[in-house]
Design a protein around this ligand. Structure first.
Ligand SMILES: NC(=O)c1ccc[n+]([C@@H]2O[C@H](COP(=O)([O-])OP(=O)(O)OC[C@H]3O[C@@H](n4cnc5c(N)ncnc54)[C@H](O)[C@@H]3O)[C@@H](O)[C@H]2O)c1
Ligand SMILES: [Zn+2]
Length: 380
């Protein structure tokens, strides 16, 4: 038996949010520092204060939240004792907030509070997932924490907040959403319901990501990508992810490459690796058809998809290889075994469409480091 779980409440736009905050007295906002520095948190604080709600803003958020930041945040949150918690920022702020809440509640340090998420990037889908990704800086491992209690009570999608995202992060976060959708489709946990969300996301990314990248004020494109990222979140929260994420987590933890950029670099190599499985191959060909890159043959359609991703990355300023992304050969060699180990153990690997051996995982990182477009042509 499979179960499909949607998001709890998704508000699109910012009008009529009164109901959402009714009956609350103290709000604790975990915000991206960029939002605080540019006074963009007033978007939320004004609405809350107008309803007489006391507000505390916490912005000690780094890129890829670390276990240290979570521990620090738990102490502050426990003292604040809010009845409303708001995460306001990109995936890093949202995931930090989720982890703080999770551990504080587990230790009985805070009571149940309503949890509202306002994403300011269009990528992670964390506003509608049971996931929070935390980094252990010392061990260089990114841990996806997965628990039903991490699902927000409500998400507010307002693309006005994403207008200021610079092109490089627009590209990276958009490719993160695409990776969620692609992995959800080929995952062993895919269903017709998750497919519906993922397929729509792929069409949205195809039509709107480059528009957002080239013109950050194109609000039609921004709202479409904002919606698409959330839909992809619903898709992968149900279907699971795969080794595109397991390898991207390893690369992100070792070399501090932004998450979506790491996903995008790994994607063509992962498709080639997974396409050895017949079911995955058929699903990739289906994705190729969705973006109108299909040919009569399945293999050629998969090759076209790989080529399209390479071209798409190029147009978005995303490098083809880890080496081009600035990873040094000696550092790569030194960290390779540890990356292979953490990718094999990553929880996302469990729903990958094929079981990958340690040796194949190793080869995947090596291919992505050096780039191997010629070899990519020999799919199987
Ligand atoms: N929980 C999940 O389901 C899930 C899924 C995928 C990724 N993640 C995690 O999310 C994190 C990445 O999140 P992200 O890609 O949103 O990046 P991010 O939150 O790290 O933000 C990237 C950069 O953009 C800036 N920024 C954010 N909003 C902005 C805005 N509106 N205008 C200008 N700048 C802005 C931030 O200050 C930061 O410098 C990673 O740790 C990743 O592992 C979580
Ligand atoms: Zn992701």
């Amino acid at each position: 038996m499979s179960v499909y779980r949607g998001a709890r409440e998704v508000y699109i736009g910012s009008e009529d949010l009164g109901e959402l905050f009714a009956g609350h007295h103290k709000a604790f906002i975990v915000s991206d520092p960029f939002m605080v520095e540019n006074n963009m948190t007033s978007y939320m604080t004004d609405k809350l204060e107008a309803r007489g709600i006391e507000v505390q803003v916490y912005s000690e958020v780094g890129s890829d939240p670390s276990t240290e930041l979570v521990a620090k945040g738990i102490a502050v949150l426990s003292e604040a004792k809010p009845d409303l918690i708001v995460a306001f920022g990109g995936g890093s702020a949202i995931d930090l907030c989720k982890a703080m809440m999770f551990f504080a509640q587990k230790q009985g340090l805070v009571d149940d509070a309503k949890f509202v998420v306002v994403p300011t990037t269009s990528g992670t889908g964390s506003e509608v997932t049971d996931f929070s990704v935390i980094t252990d800086l010392e061990k260089e491992i990114k841990y996806p924490l997965v628990d039903r209690s991490l699902m927000p009570d409500a998400a507010i999608l307002d693309c006005e907040l994403t207008k200021s995202v610079p092109p490089a992060f627009t590209a990276a976060t958009g490719m993160d959403a695409l990776t969620h959708a692609m992995e959800a489709i080929v995952s062993t946990g895919a269903t017709d319901f998750s497919d519906a969300m993922a397929e729509k996301t792929i069409k949205i990314v195809r039509s709107y990501l480059l528009r957002c990248y080239r013109n950050g004020s194109d609000m039609e494109a921004r709202q479409a990508m904002h919606n698409g990222a959330t839909m992809a979140g619903v898709a992968f929260n149900n279907a699971g992810l795969g080794i595109n994420h397991s390898t991207a987590h390893a690369v992100g933890a070792h070399f501090h490459i932004p998450h979506g950029k790491a996903c995008a670099i790994m994607m063509p190599y992962v498709i080639r690796c997974n396409a050895k499985n017949e079911n995955a191959r058929l699903n990739y060909a289906r994705i190729s058809r969705l973006i109108k890159m299909d040919e009569s043959g399945i293999n050629q359609s998969v090759l076209n998809l790989i080529d399209t991703i390479f071209r798409f990355n190029k147009e978005l300023g995303i490098p083809v290889t880890l080496r081009d992304a600035g990873v040094g050969l000696e550092d790569f060699k030194e960290d390779l075994d540890a990356m292979v180990d953490s990718a094999m153990k990553d929880t996302c690997t469990k729903t990958n469409p094929r079981v990958v051996s340690k040796e194949e995982m190793r080869q995947l990182f090596i291919d992505a480091f050096f780039g191997d477009k010629i070899k990519l042509r020999n799919l199987y």
